[in-house]
Design a protein around this ligand. Structure first.
Ligand SMILES: *[C@@H]1O[C@H](CO)[C@@H](O)[C@H](O)[C@H]1NC(C)=O
Ligand SMILES: *[C@@H]1O[C@H](CO)[C@@H](O)[C@H](O)[C@H]1NC(C)=O
Ligand SMILES: *[C@@H]1O[C@H](CO)[C@@H](O)[C@H](O)[C@H]1NC(C)=O
Ligand SMILES: *[C@@H]1O[C@H](CO)[C@@H](O)[C@H](O)[C@H]1NC(C)=O
Length: 343
């Protein structure tokens, strides 16, 4: 209900949120600029929402992958979406951004200035969201906003091999540390419409070289299709989905727990056979136990977090197997350390 009422505030104007995702230096910003020229020809109003410009430097520097900075970056990403939401509600440069505004307000004003140039009050609005968006969960936040206000939604994934990104990075004004790009390339999960039906409206461009006119053409068609086929704030199956997931998580965690116990008793046996003395044995047992508790906790949390992102039925056996692999390698480290401490 609330969503339908809120949707009225943007009136009849068609809006599209377009996610541009890919590694740093994959060519997102260049592509965005080219698209801007294309949208002007269609008399669409468009702007590039460049996260690097909106998010203050200190957060930018620390965009590393450690848990804490990851969370900080997440809060900033959400602040950007809040600004877009606010703009959609008021459809003007409201200078009273949320008080807790975590983004650079000057940069934001500049960003929406382009949308206020009145071609016509009813001209469609295009937001090109320029960030790495390497996890589906990051893109899903944008999808949710689009759905809430019945906006068009689409994604362009810029596929670029690591070497090209790395060499292009050298000439950037804000170069990114090599390890950040490398780490991101390992974590990157490209849009996958087969797995996530909400990612259906996505295309991939190979930007290892430069993009062609036909690439731009594809993007324009994607935008056009997103504008004419906005999402609908369908009824939410969240609760049922969550309940199913919870059951599934319980089952995965239970089986993983059993498997961990077996691995731990094997490790203890190995230690005993290697004549590790009783004091060490106790400490080894405690360490393995602690590692298991943390592992099971993380497994459960992660499992429940991913609930919205995929339509795939969970293959419990496979999930357990994959997870156990992680614990097994921790176990080996702990065991080796215990035995080498002793010898
Ligand atoms: C905010 O953005 C403006 C315009 O892009 C820029 O000139 C300014 O240096 C930025 N301020 C901070 C604190 O980053
Ligand atoms: C990006 O360029 C900077 C400056 O040239 C360099 O320090 C950094 O290691 C580069 N990153 C990658 C991934 O090559
Ligand atoms: C992308 O383009 C490059 C250069 O044209 C080519 O070598 C590479 O195989 C392409 N990659 C994919 C995944 O199509
Ligand atoms: C194993 O860890 C659990 C929870 O962390 C704790 O309650 C239990 O006492 C521990 N058992 C051993 C044998 O250390």
């Amino acid at each position: 209900m609330a969503a339908a009422e809120e949707a009225d505030s943007i009136g009849q104007v068609r809006v599209c949120l377009c996610v541009l995702c890919g590694l740093p230096a994959a060519g997102k910003t260049t592509l965005a600029r080219t698209i801007l020229r294309g949208t002007a020809q269609h008399e669409w109003r468009s702007t590039v929402v460049c996260y690097d410009d909106l998010i203050p430097d200190h957060a930018f520097q620390s965009r590393g992958m450690e848990e804490q900075t990851h969370t900080e970056w997440k809060l900033h990403r959400q602040a950007v979406l809040q600004c877009i939401e606010q703009f959609l509600k008021n459809c003007d440069v409201s200078t009273d951004l949320p008080v807790s505004c975590k983004i650079n307000c000057t940069a934001w004003e500049r960003c929406i200035q382009d949308l206020l140039e009145p071609q016509s009050d009813n001209a469609p609005l295009i937001f090109l969201l320029d960030d790495n968006f390497y996890y589906p969960s990051m893109r899903y936040e944008v999808y949710q906003l689009a759905r809430k206000y019945s906006l068009g939604f689409c994604q362009v994934y810029l596929h670029c091999d690591l070497e090209s990104c790395t060499s292009r990075n050298q000439s950037r004004s804000k170069p990114i540390p090599a390890e950040v790009i490398l780490d991101m390339s390992k974590r990157l999960e490209a849009p996958n419409p087969q797995k996530n039906s909400w990612e259906t409206n996505s295309i991939t461009l190979n930007t290892t070289d430069h993009f062609s006119d036909s690439d731009i053409q594809k993007v324009m068609e994607l935008l056009s299709s997103a504008l004419t086929n906005p999402l609908s704030p369908v009824e939410d199956h969240t609760e049922q989905k969550m309940a199913d997931r919870l059951k599934c998580a319980t089952s995965v965690v239970h089986q993983a727990d059993q498997a961990c116990r077996r691995l731990i008793s094997e490790a203890m046996k190995t230690a005993r056979e290697n004549q590790v003395p009783p004091g060490q044995m106790r400490s080894l047992a405690a360490q393995l136990n602690e590692s298991k508790a943390k592992f099971l906790h993380d497994l459960r949390t992660q499992f429940l977090q991913d609930v919205h992102l995929t339509d795939e039925d969970v293959d419990v056996d496979r999930a357990v197997k994959t997870a156990i692999h992680v614990f097994d390698s921790d176990k080996k480290d702990i065991l080796l350390r215990a035995m080498s401490d002793y010898t």
